[in-house]
Design a protein around this ligand. Structure first.
Ligand SMILES: NC(=O)c1ccc[n+]([C@@H]2O[C@H](COP(=O)([O-])OP(=O)(O)OC[C@H]3O[C@@H](n4cnc5c(N)ncnc54)[C@H](O)[C@@H]3O)[C@@H](O)[C@H]2O)c1
Length: 438
């Protein structure tokens, strides 16, 4: 048997810090509170609902994941966040119009107690948004220090054992990695000099890592996907993960595309269009924020289908992604996909997907899982990029020189094998020849 990795036990309370207390964050917080009270079930959460097979099929050992690895329990979580609007989590959840008012009212006292701290924000990074609840500072570094103070105060006043931070803020404009992002020294100089290639989300990430707090990025912003912050994560021995939660349309894409490829069916084109009317949709209506999202969404098919390896099937397929802001729909997004495929002898066929989803309902359980697994990673002494959490992201971060793994099923296998590895269980290869030996 392989040796298990030493994992610090779960003790005390885990604080979850959330920059951006909008639709996703409040649906997540309210959801955890509702599950705690027995009002609802944590559907969509692998940590809460999932099982893991151990050993041979004949052993019939299939524990729940939360019983197999030591994860913080839902009753051990506390929440805090930042936003440019001073609304409590209750008010923000009511405005987001994701969860029913009756449910929110049943959780009102606890949700009202979660009040955002003043945010680090600059309009040039999220052009369609502005709000009054902001910190003032002499420099980016000064603002980072203020965030660090917020983190320390939250830790002390609530007597928290551990913390994690998950970015649920709006999508910032597209930023190319540049010289200031290349190493920690240049980055810190940039913080002092207010370098415009450093965005607010990077300042939150810097503050978290300096305080030894694991950081995950739920949006497509560059944020921790830069060598400077990865260097800091390694230096401080803190795990990081990102980026962009894999929910609606991209989730479907990474379910369908591996299936087409498994059967060696060809692809001529994939046209994806979305309508959504929440604040996220409004922010993404700005071309610079959309560019961050577009880059995050477009990579998926190339990596899964590998046109270089399969030119007859996937060379030059046409891939287009559109997001349209359409207020009447609120958070209830509709994502259409038209997929032009071809089969035996090149005969064309079409697949149409019309996914009437709820964005934040799909995203909330991912925030929970990411927070719990990042905390597990920290207690297991894992630091830097946590590629085994690719399962949750549209645009997974990977070590330099590696291509990201987008296939949802390979990602799940990787995640579960990582849990087996941590606990010293045999990895599952699905070979299974031994069942047929004489
Ligand atoms: N819902 C999904 O399915 C999904 C999937 C993938 C990614 N995301 C991303 O998650 C993020 C949140 O989505 P949402 O639907 O909750 O959006 P939202 O607009 O409801 O919430 C975002 C919140 O972030 C706040 N904010 C913006 N900049 C900030 C800053 N610098 N500091 C603190 N707060 C800040 C905004 O005021 C807003 O309240 C978006 O970036 C979105 O693209 C969502």
């Amino acid at each position: 048997m392989p040796k298990p990795v030493t994992i610090q036990p779960v003790r005390g309370t885990l604080g979850i810090l959330i920059p951006g207390m909008g639709a996703v964050a409040t649906t997540f917080i309210a959801g955890v509170l509702a599950v705690r009270k027995g009002l609802a079930r944590p559907i969509g959460s692998l940590t809460q609902m999932g099982t893991i097979r151990l050993g041979k099929r004949t052993e019939k050992r299939v524990p729940m994941i939360k019983d197999f690895v030591p994860l913080a329990g839902l009753e051990q979580l506390e929440f805090a966040g930042w936003d440019i609007f001073p609304d409590s989590a209750y008010e923000a959840a009511v405005k987001a119009r994701v969860l029913e008012r009756g449910l929110l009212d049943a959780l009102k006292d606890e949700l009202e107690a979660v009040r955002p701290m003043k945010a680090v924000f600059e309009r040039r990074y999220v052009k369609r948004l502005d709000g009054p609840h902001r910190k003032q500072g002499k420099s980016w570094m000064d603002l980072a220090d203020q965030l660090r103070e917020d983190i320390r105060t939250f830790r002390q006043t609530r007597k928290l054992d551990r913390l994690v931070m998950v970015w649920c803020g709006s999508t910032e404009i597209y930023i190319e990695p540049g010289p200031v992002h290349q190493d920690l020294k240049s980055f810190e100089k940039g913080l002092v000099e207010n370098d415009s290639a450093i965005s607010p989300s990077m300042i939150y990430a810097y503050a978290a890592l300096q305080e030894g707090v694991p950081y995950a990025n739920g949006a497509p912003n560059l944020t921790v996907d830069i060598p400077a912050l990865q260097e800091l994560a390694k230096k401080k021995k803190v795990p990081i993960a990102g980026k962009d939660l894999k929910t609606g349309q991209t989730l479907m894409k990474t379910i369908l595309a591996p299936g087409l490829k498994a059967r060696m069916l060809g692809l001529r084109g994939w046209f994806s269009s979305n309508i959504l009317g929440n604040r996220d949709g409004e922010v993404l209506d700005d071309p610079d924020s959309f560019k961050s999202k577009e880059v995050s969404k477009l990579g998926v098919l190339d990596y899964i289908l590998q046109p270089d390896l399969y030119p007859d099937l996937y060379k030059d397929f046409y891939h287009k992604v559109r997001i349209h802001y359409y207020p009447p729909r609120g958070d209830d997004k509709e994502g259409w996909d038209n997929i032009d495929i071809f089969g035996w002898l090149g005969y064309p066929m079409q697949i149409k997907v019309d996914f009437l989803c709820r964005d934040s309902i799909l995203a909330a359980p991912l925030v929970l899982d990411i927070a719990l697994f990042l905390d597990l990673a920290a207690r297991a002494g894992m630091s830097g990029i946590q590629e085994w959490l690719s399962f949750y992201f549209k645009s997974p971060m990977v070590a330099p020189g590696l291509y990201p793994e987008h296939d949802l099923f390979i990602q799940l296998k990787k995640l579960k094998n990582t849990l087996r590895h941590l606990k010293g269980e045999e990895l599952i290869t699905h070979l299974g020849l031994e069942y047929y030996d004489e």
